[in-house]
Write a protein that binds this ligand. Structure first.
Ligand code: SF4
Ligand code: SF4
Length: 340
């Protein structure tokens, strides 16, 4: 039995409570014709009928751009001041299980050889309220990467929609329990006799085996088969959209903006799909063609990441498939690689 019950209309009180304490309430909201994760200040703005928002919510943990230091040159020297990242309390309502799972992937990379506190302090204050998926589209393939429409990993609270329009709430983490206890009047006890909506069925992609892909990509004859990669990815125009919407892509660049006398140092999203991403100052570029850049992204997801970390490089959200302007489908490459 679920530990708590949340009425849909009580979300209004939750939003008010979080926002009045200067917290940020993030949830699914319309942006033009698409649903996105965005800050929400009013219950009426929440969208309840969606599969997966267009963006991931990584931008609230790892902003597209942020100032990390300011510098000023004086006659006596240089002032360099680090800028502490803002980390307000954040509540993500309506996360999908794939997105909740992706947070462990981001944490792996931001705490690996250096602990990036601008990331960890934000994540440590984020409460993730995931809703189990009751629908899917052709882009979803979470089960193929060993997740499911009701996977709880990465969530603090796990919600299942009821037929009457509320949510059964499972408490997954201590952070989730503290949150529920803080808003005791909003999360009521029980929910014993309430029927839940049917969880979506996301079948595994036929013939795709991520373990085999990981092992086979170690075989350099696959890696070095330039004709294979060029053929599979020839459509790619290097726009980088797949990386920006991907919940696990995390590459960034550091750039100084301002004059020679004063300015700020920024951390900006970057993408391995851009031609200058690996361009050396000498003019040499080790990934000098698009297929090499695309191969790197695939290797990162299915070989580098799973070999280095216990978390996933890909959570099967399907965003990169939906957003790609030329219809390059990562699952087709997974199929090809599984057959080799
Ligand atoms: S979205 Fe498509 S075209 Fe753009 S970089 Fe990614 S794979 Fe290439
Ligand atoms: S690679 Fe594509 S399917 Fe996998 S997590 Fe990133 S956007 Fe989602």
């Amino acid at each position: 039995m679920a530990e708590r019950y949340l009425k849909r209309e009580d979300l209004a009180k939750l939003i008010d409570s979080v926002c009045s304490g200067e917290g940020l309430f993030v949830g699914p909201k319309m942006d033009g014709r698409q649903v996105v994760y965005a800050p929400i200040s009013a219950y009426k703005d929440i969208v309840f009928d969606y599969i997966v928002p267009r963006n991931s919510f990584k931008e609230f943990l790892f902003p597209q751009t942020e100032v990390i230091a300011r510098y000023a040159v004086h006659k006596d020297g240089i002032d360099l001041q680090g800028v502490k990242a803002e980390s307000p309390e954040m509540v993500v309502f309506g996360s999908r299980p794939c997105d909740a799972a992706s947070v462990a992937s981001l944490r792996s990379v931001f705490t690996w050889d250096f602990v990036d506190t601008s990331y960890t302090e934000r994540e440590d204050r984020m409460v993730i309220m995931t809703i189990a998926c009751t629908d899917r589209d052709e882009g979803c393939f979470c089960s193929t990467v060993n997740l499911a429409p009701d996977s709880v990993g990465g969530s603090d609270l796990f919600l299942k929609e009821t037929l009457e329009g509320g949510y059964l709430v499972d408490i997954v983490t201590d952070r989730g329990r503290t949150f529920v206890e803080r808003f005791e009047g909003i999360f009521s006890a029980g929910g014993a006799d309430v029927d839940i909506k049917r969880i979506a069925d996301v079948p595994r992609l036929k013939g795709v085996d991520v373990k085999k892909i990981k092992e086979d990509l170690r075989d350099t004859s696959h890696y070095d088969n330039d004709d294979l990669w060029a053929g599979l990815t020839r459509k790619c125009i290097g726009c980088g959209a797949c990386t920006f919407v991907c919940p696990t892509c995390h590459c960034f660049d550091i750039a100084d903006e301002g004059s020679a006398l004063e300015g700020e140092r920024r951390k900006n999203w970057d993408a391995c799909q851009f031609d200058h991403f690996t361009l050396h100052a000498s003019g040499h570029n080790p990934r000098d063609t698009q297929y090499k850049r695309w191969r790197n992204r695939f290797m990162c997801k299915f070989n580098f990441y799973p070999n280095k970390f216990s978390s996933r490089g890909c959570v099967g959200c399907g965003r990169c498939i939906r957003v790609c302007p030329v219809g390059l489908d990562i699952t087709e490459v997974m199929e090809e690689m599984s057959g080799r």
